[in-house]
Unconditional design. Structure first.
Length: 330
């Protein structure tokens, strides 16, 4: 009896390992749960990448149904010039800037003319001297002619010898030659004076046609020469273009040339003016092929010039099978 009670009071050591294992299991589960919660919180805190599917939008116009072929090119002024002087000298005055509108014959610039102006004054003085010499020769001719007439009258009356008549004739001939020489001298002096004046006129640079100044190539104080080859000298003073002659020059492959003809209607779009479309017409087909690119240059004129259109703008050209109206371009 007593031994049974004592055995009940003893400690069962087999239960302790079981409880220890259960405790470790719950610790592992708790750790995993904490890691999962922390990972979820970190993932939730990161910015989300949203994938958006895009679809390109293409704008269509009623006129596109008439497109035969498309091409690209540039706006080019068919009438343009690099304006230079006809004389050499230092640029004294420049009256235009980029964007200035000028009329044909308008003065653009002037060179220093002090040297050539002095030559003009000298040439004019020489003209006056030559004319005075001519007047003296003409007076001598009149006197010699009168003397010859008197001598002939005296010969008829036998008051003078034949030698006196010969002398009078010789004097009259010299007087006639002197007048001719003096007239030639006057002509030469006047020609020199005109040439000197032309040299002065060449110091004035004028616009050859109506247009807009595209670039300024020289400044006041620069040396300007007609054909600039010397160091520190300028050739062209300004470059200008007639904006009424703007056309698009586009290249078309020679295999597609049969689809293009002079007078064919076109639609022009400029990269600089994406919201505007212009009507045009094929004006010329350049009669040569670029061997390297296998293309032919086509020139398209604008049916109406827009002041926003500028030289060297890039352009897209659609060659159409028939003309389009303003409504069909909308």
């Amino acid at each position: 009896m007593a031994s049974e009670e004592l055995s009940k009071l003893g400690i069962d050591r087999s239960i302790a390992p079981v409880r220890s294992r259960r405790r470790r299991k719950w610790l592992w589960l708790g750790g995993i749960l904490l890691i999962a919660i922390a990972g979820g919180a970190w993932f939730a805190s990161q910015p989300r990448t949203i994938t958006v599917q895009t679809t390109p939008i293409v704008t269509t116009y009623p006129s596109q149904q008439f497109v035969v072929i498309n091409s690209t090119g540039y706006v080019v002024a068919q009438r343009k010039a690099a304006i230079s002087s006809k004389a050499s000298g230092r640029l004294e005055w420049l009256g235009v800037a980029e964007g200035s509108r000028v009329k044909a014959g308008e003065i653009i610039a002037r060179l220093d003319k002090s040297d050539v102006q002095a030559q003009v004054e000298g040439a004019r003085a020489n003209v006056q001297v030559a004319r005075a010499t001519l007047e003296q020769a003409q007076a001598e001719e009149r006197d010699a002619s009168s003397s010859l007439k008197r001598t002939r009258d005296l010969i008829a009356q036998k008051f003078v010898s034949e030698s006196a008549l010969d002398t009078a004739k010789a004097r009259a001939d010299r007087a006639v030659a002197g007048v001719a020489s003096a007239r030639a001298a006057v002509g030469s002096a006047e020609a020199n004076a005109r040439n000197s004046q032309v040299a002065v006129d060449y110091t004035v640079i004028r616009a050859p046609f109506d247009g807009i100044i595209l670039s300024k190539n020289a400044n006041v104080g620069d040396m300007v020469t007609p054909f600039s080859s010397a160091a520190d000298s300028k050739g062209a003073v300004v470059s200008m273009a007639d904006m009424s002659t703007l056309e698009v020059e586009a290249d078309v492959s020679e295999s597609s040339l049969s689809k293009v003809s002079v007078g064919q209607p076109c639609e022009i779009m400029l990269d600089a003016l994406p919201d505007a479309r212009f009507r045009g017409t094929v004006s010329r087909i350049v009669p040569t092929v670029d061997r390297a690119k296998a293309t032919v240059m086509i020139k398209i004129r604008f049916d109406a010039i827009d002041s926003r259109v500028l030289p060297e703008m890039s352009a897209k050209v659609s060659f159409l099978s028939q003309p389009v109206t303003a409504e069909q371009q909308k």
